[in-house]
Design a protein around this ligand. Structure first.
Ligand code: SF4
Length: 357
């Protein structure tokens, strides 16, 4: 039976070395190939000029290289945000956004094709789940969004907030993070990475065991179970009390406070009593250290009739409750930078929605 080909861009240096050794080649070959792939970003064995033609054809028999290709690009005229539709080797599409901040350039990447979580405010949810992305497909989004930019404008931060629930693709996301931070390759510190979850409690606890220096960001969006369950079905399985207990344990284990995302929806979650309830819930989570909430001006969601509440007003209410709150800057408003919209349009769906993890 023919041996299944391996996606070479998903392999760590030591894994590639083991494969190359098994092919009877010296260890330095693996280093050469890893460098071609991850430093020079050459994705065709034929262009690896210090590898013999004979070995190139052996490599082609054993491995494949299929990074995502940018098939659509929308550049904001309001700021430097660029949104990419990346097409994968099987024809599926995901979105990647490149955002320029004063402290550097951040990529927002997708971790799955579609999503199972069904959040009501999300553009991806109605299209359902298709499949997990591989580590190479996540890393490939960063390489695609880096292409054509000089070294000093390359991506220096990554947020896993695009399409998909990262903790529902746990193993591949972990392998991606190892690849992203490995010194022989992209060498990006995990301190500059934020992973956003809708609140998959067992996986938050599992992640706490990895003791990674990344920022864990939890989409909360409500201060009571009734409201949260109506927005996010995941809450029926893992209610707020369990979620915050997992956040507490995460902090205890890693020493890193979890940040909370909160989309402010008029008349739904922006009242004085919602702010007071949030204060009571969050103040005890990090042993007296002030919790931090990112307020997101909600995107219009046609099917549900949600409309934006005042994030600035809610910020004041939260600060009176002893909660640090910031209002997330809206980038690329003219190109629908909220994830899921471009892919959704590509899939010929009529509705105009916005996703906010
Ligand atoms: S908001 Fe995030 S977790 Fe929720 S359905 Fe959309 S992609 Fe999934």
């Amino acid at each position: 039976m023919e041996q299944e080909k391996i996606e070479i861009l998903s392999l760590l240096p030591e894994q590639l070395a083991a494969e190359i050794k098994a092919m009877g080649e010296p260890a330095f070959r693996a280093k050469q190939i890893f460098r071609w792939l991850h430093v020079r970003r050459v994705f065709d064995f034929a262009e690896m000029t210090d590898i013999s033609k004979q070995f190139q054809s052996k490599l082609r028999e054993r491995f494949y290289i299929n990074p995502p290709k940018i098939t659509q690009k929308l550049a904001s005229t309001l700021d430097d945000t660029v949104k990419y539709l990346c097409t994968l080797s099987d024809g599926n599409c995901v979105e990647t956004v490149r955002m320029v901040y004063h402290h550097g350039v951040t990529a927002c990447i997708s971790t799955q094709v579609g999503c199972k979580m069904g959040c009501k405010f999300c553009a991806s949810a109605p299209l359902g789940f298709v499949r997990n992305l591989t580590p190479a497909e996540m890393l490939g989004q960063i390489y695609a969004a880096d292409a054509g930019f000089p070294e000093e404008e390359r991506i220096s931060g990554v947020v896993l907030m695009g399409i998909g629930e990262p903790l529902d693709n746990y193993e591949n996301v972990m392998q991606f993070l190892r690849l992203l931070s490995c010194s022989e390759g992209r060498n990006l510190s995990l301190r500059h990475v934020a992973l956003s979850t809708c609140g998959v409690v067992p996986q938050i606890l599992r992640l706490s065991q990895e003791a990674l220096p990344l920022t864990l960001s939890v989409s909360l969006h409500a201060s009571d179970d009734g409201t949260r369950s109506s927005l996010m079905p995941v809450n029926r399985k893992y209610p707020i009390s369990e979620l915050l207990e997992a956040c507490r344990q995460y902090f205890e284990k890693t020493g890193r406070r979890v940040t909370f995302e909160y989309a402010v929806i008029a008349g739904k979650n922006d009242s004085d009593s919602a702010a007071a309830a949030l204060g009571r819930l969050l103040r005890p989570v990090f042993s007296g250290q002030r919790p931090h909430v990112n307020l997101i001006p909600v995107n219009p969601v046609a099917d549900t009739g949600f409309s934006a509440g005042s994030a600035v007003q809610f910020q004041k209410k939260l600060e009176r409750q002893g909660i640090n709150a910031t209002v997330r800057r809206t980038l690329g408003a003219d190109i629908a930078a909220a994830c899921g919209q471009l892919r959704r349009n590509q899939m010929h769906s009529p509705a105009e929605e916005g996703e906010q993890h």
